[in-house]
Design a protein around this ligand. Structure first.
Ligand SMILES: C[S@@+](CC[C@H](N)C(=O)[O-])C[C@H]1O[C@@H](n2cnc3c(N)ncnc32)[C@H](O)[C@@H]1O
Length: 285
């Protein structure tokens, strides 16, 4: 195979389709459920906080900036960013995540966030985004099938920076489906495209990003083993009632009972891709 001839965007699409098919739900469909969104936020304010703090420290945020946060989830970055910049626009398709984000915005009395409840692919630059953004961020949110088109749009709306954070290697939470899928479905589990493919897509687009790798460990914490079971059953729609015992058996050996409840711990390697965009090449002001 001649690597230069590989269409990496097609490879991304292919792996996205395999992910969707083997897991039963796409990224945005999974997070549509407010219960899942709340658990995500709980992680965020608890054990998961390191990644968020590091990301916030890392971003070149300044008070005059307009930021767009693509796949903002429950506002875990958008809300603290809003305190540091002029305004934040979020693009988040999942109703559950949006609902939890609205609660957080109200709780923190934030006035400078505008929320667009849509997938990034469906956002029309004109008229929905009426200016460009000093910083475009997509953190752990690349649920787009056509990643090339998605990145092109990010560049188009960017005035200064694009920051993308994505998974590298096999994230810890894929260990469970990888372990149980062959038993349940006589099939391997595919966890979606990772940073290697993203890098190749960017390279083929003529984007040579700065890259940094971070290793994290985080937890999902549940009040009971059955809450954990329900969470993973929602996440993997293919799991039916008669599959539950296999998942239950897996969780009984992987959840650790601690003070805060039942903890499922994961190793996670992320890659940050960031680059500067030129002002002059864009249509918006
Ligand atoms: C794992 S959460 C990440 C949340 C947050 N950005 C963070 O860093 O913690 C992924 C989010 O990406 C969203 N997402 C998935 N596909 C998307 C798309 N096509 N356009 C915009 N957001 C998307 C999901 O709905 C979900 O809320």
């Amino acid at each position: 195979m001649e690597l230069a001839k590989v269409d990496w965007n097609n490879e991304w699409k292919h792996q996205m389709t395999q992910w969707r098919t083997t897991s039963g739900k796409s990224c945005k469909e999974f997070w549509a459920d407010p219960k899942s969104a709340k658990i995500y936020l709980k992680e965020g304010v608890g054990k998961h906080q390191n990644r968020i703090n590091n990301t916030l420290k890392d971003l070149p945020l300044e008070p005059h900036m307009r930021v767009i946060d693509i796949g903002s989830g429950p506002g875990i970055l958008a809300v603290p960013m809003a305190k540091q910049v002029r305004s934040v626009t979020t693009v988040e398709p999942s109703p559950g995540m949006n609902r939890v984000m609205q609660e957080l915005i109200q709780e923190k009395n934030i006035q400078n966030i505008r929320c667009i409840e849509k997938p990034w692919e469906d956002v029309e630059i004109t008229p929905e985004l009426n200016h460009r953004y000093d910083l475009v961020i997509a953190s752990m949110s690349l649920g787009m099938t056509d990643i090339r088109e998605a990145v092109e749009k990010m560049v188009q709306v960017s005035r200064k920076y694009v920051y993308i954070y994505w998974h590298a290697g096999i994230p810890g939470w894929e260990a469970m489906p990888k372990a149980v899928w062959p038993r349940l479905f006589d099939q391997e589990y595919h966890g979606g495209p990772k940073s290697d493919i993203l890098f190749q897509v960017l390279y083929q687009m003529g984007i040579y990003p700065n890259i940094e790798v971070t290793n994290e460990h985080f937890h999902e914490t549940f009040t009971s083993q059955s809450e954990a079971l329900e969470f993973y059953c929602r996440r993997f729609e293919r799991i039916q009632d008669d599959h539950r015992p296999v998942l239950e058996e897996y969780l009984s050996t992987h959840l650790v009972k601690g003070n805060g409840g039942y903890v499922h711990g994961f190793d996670h390697t992320t890659m940050k891709f960031w680059w500067k965009t030129g002002e002059e090449s864009h249509a918006l002001n």
